[in-house]
Design a protein around this ligand. Structure first.
Ligand code: PHE
Length: 395
């Protein structure tokens, strides 16, 4: 593990390199900056740790996109080299590995992370070094506000949480209790944006409680929430705790529907809740994409290729990882120089890109505007229940 001073030194070194690249100097390999031997792309991902399925799925999607681009000859004949670092699902490690990818491996662009807390930790490193970062799936509004080098290809939580508020309202829920992971930036923002919109629609927040990642006993908080007699409970957390929360809710007799967001999307979600027809049966969560929903050729081709390679259907993380990498490749194809500022400028011009998760336009705040799906848990599967566009909820 690097010390803080080593990290500072590395950041400084990377900044000098970026400046040299800008002036068109030769790099160590002797090739000119505008025509390098290869283009190094860095990826940081939770391949291990509490949310390992997030990083694993995303990485698979990213790798597929990079392999496909290389099979077609790379960028202008230059091969892409993907270097992936595991951040063990930890924000401090995320920061360290991103520093390493930029300073040591000279990555000219960074893909990652899924979790907003980790993207928020590493984005300043990318920004300071003028290396564009594209998060496939971090939805906290603050992520892209870290600077003009930080992009995302997904919607934000002020939209996603508002969708869940409209959904709750449309379902006829008059009182919703909220159970938040207090150390998770995604969870906190989700809860806050949900409450704002739900109250505006006339709903009542029946009660609020918090937990922390890694907790295993949620019964005290759930008992408190039950006493408020809610029609539903919003749990905007990650799959790692949601299954246990659902089981314990049922054990203490809290039987109303649970609702969540994209953080529920994992092949581990239903097993964690006791399997098919278990504690999450009939519950709802918002998500970015559903494998069979989009009929476009690019989505169908991706589905087939992913299924053939990994023998599972791609979740939203895999699809967004693929889209993030393809948006970067598309920008690189429009570049004449492969340095951070040139790639950043090309990324800002992304319009109507045919992603597997839908059409992607990067707006002036470097965010994407897309519809959200509401999925329902049925047996051992997720099923599309409903969808909302930004226009439908007045955004
Ligand atoms: N949106 C979540 C966050 O910002 C991450 C996530 C995205 C998780 C998609 C699962 C699926 O933290």
């Amino acid at each position: 593990m690097c010390s803080a001073s080593t990290i500072r030194a590395l950041i400084g070194a990377a900044a000098v390199c970026a400046a040299l690249t800008l002036t068109g100097c030769k790099d160590k390999s002797g090739s000119s900056a505008s025509r390098p031997k290869e283009i190094v792309i860095g990826e940081y991902a939770s391949l291990t740790g509490t949310t390992a399925t997030f990083g694993t799925s995303t990485h698979r999607g990213v790798q597929m996109a990079i392999d496909a681009a290389n099979a077609e000859g790379g960028i202008n004949g230059i091969k892409l080299k993907l270097l992936t670092e595991d951040d063990a699902s930890k924000p401090d490690v995320a920061r360290t590995v991103v520093t390493k990818l930029i300073a040591q491996y000279k990555a000219v662009a960074i893909l990652g992370e899924v979790a907003s807390t980790r993207s928020l930790a590493a984005a300043p490193v990318c920004q300071q070094n003028q290396v564009p970062m594209i998060t496939p799936s971090s939805t906290n509004p603050e992520v892209t506000k870290k600077g003009d080098y930080i992009f995302r290809v997904c919607f934000t939580d002020d939209f996603q949480a508002a969708v869940m508020a409209h959904f709750a309202h449309d379902q006829g829920y008059k009182r919703v209790a909220v159970f938040t992971d207090m150390k998770n930036d995604y969870s906190v923002a989700f809860a806050q944006h949900f409450a704002e919109e739900y109250k505006r629609l006339g709903g009542v927040i029946a009660a609020e409680q918090v937990y922390q990642e890694g907790d295993t006993d949620f019964k005290a908080q759930l008992t408190y929430l039950k006493a408020a007699n809610p029609d539903a409970v919003l749990v905007p957390g990650y799959y790692s705790e949601v299954g246990t929360i659902a089981r314990q809710a049922r054990e203490i007799g809290l039987s109303v529907p649970l609702m969540g967001g994209d953080g529920w999307d994992s092949p581990r979600l239903i097993p964690g809740a006791g399997g098919a027809n278990g504690a999450l049966e009939g519950c709802y969560f918002s998500n970015h994409y559903f494998a069979t929903e989009l009929k476009e050729k690019v989505t169908q081709d991706f589905l087939k290729a992913y299924q053939a390679k990994y023998n599972v259907s791609p979740d939203a993380l895999a699809a967004l990882g693929y889209d993030a990498a393809r948006i970067l490749i598309d920008a690189l194809n429009r570049c004449t120089k492969y340095d951070g500022p040139s790639i950043r400028d090309a990324l800002t011009k992304t319009r109507d890109f045919a992603g597997v998760t839908g059409k992607i336009t990067l707006d002036s705040n470097r965010n994407a505007r897309k519809a959200a799906l509401i999925l329902q848990i049925k047996g051992d599967k997720f099923a599309v229940y409903k969808s909302y566009t930004p226009e439908q909820i007045g955004q």
